[in-house]
Design a protein around this ligand. Structure first.
Ligand code: PMP
Length: 392
């Protein structure tokens, strides 16, 4: 017993009543397959968009680097955890992103949650005033967390509404302090895209720094999977945990930016460096991703097949134009019920509920993979229509 137990229980009960209590349910994996409770499932929920987590080259290099260097980096980067491998992978990432430099972080969450405050601190140090952060309303929790950690007031613009953003930029034009626009390039829960060239133009017009989270675009969109921010963002953050099939994240930008972060980003400074196996997987992913145009075309083609099947049956898939296709259900418990029914038919299409998404917009978040067959897409659409369609 602890003195918090009654409070923990009350907080969980509140979630239970709202239908938003979460719990962990393990799966197991065999190459190319996912199983739960002994049942083989078609996975349309994980973010391994290109199937690289199963790729032999990634497995081999991860194993090889672990055998050669050991299982851990043993220290944080600034102490003695920076291996030659970190430098080699960072150089490769910088070439992949066509940037001067890149810096690895332990996760995407950690990168956003510590890089945003590091940048905000720059405004206070240099101007004596807080950073003015213009954020898309649907930005990932880690970006909001970064702003909260920095203690800055976010100026939130309506999702992908650049006219609204410009109104806010104008409104704040005389406010002292540096300014920064923060967006995702592909939104994780809606699968739509930000207009990066237009954001660049606004950033230039209002002297703002442009921060783009490419977690879901990296490996999937843009020339050779480089993402959508190519040469337009001042800072790109990307994860190695989704299409790259591994773990960790990077910041790409100028050498000056990376040097600043090495000195000021607490999540970089005070955390143990990524281990050799993870670096090996990232390194191999960067070797294979540029050559995967066929898989990228297949993946986006699957989404183009799925969306009209659902839309014609009356389902709302928001503004998705990518491999992420939300199927809006509305009420949290109903989304859960549909996901459970789909799973009993062998389809792993997880329900995403508030607070991850706004209230009333619980959904199935369909994340497609290049390895799915046309028949899988048709089976998925048919099952969703049959199991969720009667109350549309
Ligand atoms: N940004 C976005 C847009 C994401 O969707 C995620 C993952 N959910 C992250 C950052 C965090 O990345 P990671 O899982 O590598 O911590």
């Amino acid at each position: 017993m602890t003195v918090f137990d009654a409070h923990f229980a009350a907080a969980l009960q509140k979630r239970e009543t709202a239908g938003t209590r979460r719990s962990l349910r393990p799966v197991t994996r065999e190459t190319g397959a996912i199983l739960r409770d002994g049942q083989r499932l078609i996975d349309v929920s994980s973010n391994d968009y290109l199937g690289l987590a199963d790729h032999p080259l990634l497995r081999e290099r991860a194993a090889d680097w672990a055998l050669r260097y050991g299982t851990g980096a043993r220290a944080s980067r600034l102490v003695c955890g920076t291996l030659d491998l970190h430098h080699a992978v960072e150089e490769k990432l910088a070439r992949f992103k066509h940037c001067d430099a890149a810096l690895l972080f332990a996760s995407g969450w950690q990168a956003n949650a510590s890089v945003v405050p590091a940048l905000c601190a720059l405004s206070v140090a240099q101007t004596g005033h807080p950073m003015i952060v213009f954020s898309d309303r649907l930005n990932h929790a880690s970006l909001h967390h970064g702003c909260a950690a920095a203690g800055v007031r976010q100026v939130r613009f309506r999702h992908n509404d650049l006219a609204h953003l410009e109104t806010l930029l104008k409104r704040e034009a005389a406010t002292p302090g540096l300014r920064m626009i923060v967006t995702e390039s592909v939104f994780s829960m809606d699968g739509d895209r930000a207009d990066i060239p237009a954001l660049r133009a606004l950033a230039d017009r209002y002297d703002a720094f442009l921060y783009v989270d490419e977690a879901h675009a990296t490996g999937v969109l843009g020339p050779h999977g480089q993402g959508l921010s190519g040469g337009l963002a001042d800072l790109t953050m990307g994860t190695c945990s989704k299409a790259l099939g591994g773990m960790g994240a990077y910041i790409a930008g100028s050498r000056l930016l990376c040097d600043y972060l090495i000195n000021h980003a607490s999540g970089f400074i005070y955390s143990t460096a990524l281990p050799p196996a993870v670096l090996g997987a990232i390194d191999a992913a960067l070797d294979v991703i540029p050559g995967m145009d066929t898989e990228r075309t297949t993946l986006l083609g699957q989404a183009e097949t799925l969306r009209p099947l659902l839309n014609n049956a009356g389902f709302d898939t928001a503004e998705s134009t990518t491999q992420i296709v939300p199927v809006l259900i509305g009420e949290a418990q109903r989304a859960l019920d549909v996901a459970t029914a789909l799973e009993s038919e062998g389809l792993l299409a997880v329900a995403i509920r508030p607070p991850t998404v706004p209230a009333g917009t619980a959904r199935l978040r369909i994340a497609l993979h290049a390895g799915l067959q046309d028949a899988d897409i048709k089976r998925l659409a048919e099952a969703i229509i049959r199991l969720a369609g009667n109350e549309q």
